[in-house]
Design a protein around this ligand. Structure first.
Ligand code: 48F
Length: 258
């Protein structure tokens, strides 16, 4: 065993993937359930997709289920998505299906990667690229370690046909867009309004209904939708995240085909 060959294999393979991802069809920010689902459905259709996740582990807020009881609940509408991913679930009572959160995250991650999505963990999106036609055309990336250590290191940039903000409760891409450029997103105030108190039924319905383009070239999926539009949170029911991710993929695909 030669350590240098191992090191070369890692560095070269990573750089090949990174170089090949400099221009993609869709860039997903955030590796929670919404982002992973969107990445899977887009990749499965043959689109070139990269996903950036700030943390070491992919999965966002799904690992911990509810209050660290590592089970999740989904409603009837979302059960076919669990089945599509091969995630076992059982009906707890009519309309409420329970799955294991560790199995669910693992399956979402595995199937997204197998479908062809390039998943880059430990990478933070710190800015967007906007071009003359006032459209989001790419992302500005840096290592999360740089961010955490507050190092003054300039980032790198990728070009993308569209961007999906799936960064969860903080709606980070939408927030930085409004903050840095003064431009408005499609919420009623034009700003990221912030999520409202818990109301599972309403939040689950609206998160799916309001999933979509919030600025030219930029779509919101998952909890980002609730944060942008000032919708309630829903807690550990995850069907809306999966359905929103799938809808974002459908809308992105339609946009890319134009
Ligand atoms: O928070 P997260 O799981 O968002 P989601 O997919 O699902 C929300 C649920 O987990 C739950 C809920 C609904 O049941 O209330 O909270 O909408 O995943 C978002 C991921 O985005 C990453 C973050 O680390 C997390 O894993 N992230 C956030 N900002 C950035 C980022 C950024 N600037 N760059 C890269 N990754």
């Amino acid at each position: 065993m030669d350590e240098i060959i191992i090191s070369r294999a890692i560095a070269k393979s990573f750089m090949d993937d990174f170089m090949d991802s400099m221009e993609v069809d869709a860039a997903v920010v955030g590796g929670g359930p919404a982002g992973l689902t969107a990445a899977y459905y887009l990749s499965r259709q043959g689109f070139k997709v990269s996903l950036y996740e700030r943390k070491l582990s992919i999965g966002g807020g799904m690992w911990g289920g509810g209050m660290m009881f590592n089970k999740i609940v989904v409603q009837d509408d979302a059960r076919p998505i669990l089945e599509e991913f091969g995630i076992a679930c059982r009906e707890y009572q009519p309309g409420y299906h329970v799955a294991d959160s560790v199995e669910a995250v693992s399956a979402l991650c595995y199937r997204a990667a197998k479908a062809g999505a390039r998943i880059f963990n430990l990478v933070s999106v710190e800015d967007v690229m906007i071009r003359e036609n006032d459209r989001v055309t790419g992302l500005v990336l840096n290592w999360s370690a740089v961010e955490l250590a507050h190092l003054h290191v300039d980032p790198l940039t990728i070009r993308s046909g569209c961007v999906i903000d799936a960064t969860g409760h903080d709606a980070e891409v939408c927030s930085l867009l409004t903050r840095k450029t003064g431009r408005k997103v499609s919420s009623s105030t034009g700003q990221v309004m912030g999520e409202k108190p818990m109301w599972a039924e309403l939040a689950e319905r609206e998160t799916v209904e309001r999933t979509g383009e919030v600025f030219p070239g930029l779509l919101a999926a998952g909890m980002t939708v609730n944060a942008v539009h000032g919708l309630p949170r829903m807690g550990p029911i995850f069907g809306g995240m999966l359905l929103s991710g799938r809808k974002a993929a459908e809308m992105a695909a339609a946009m890319l085909k134009k």
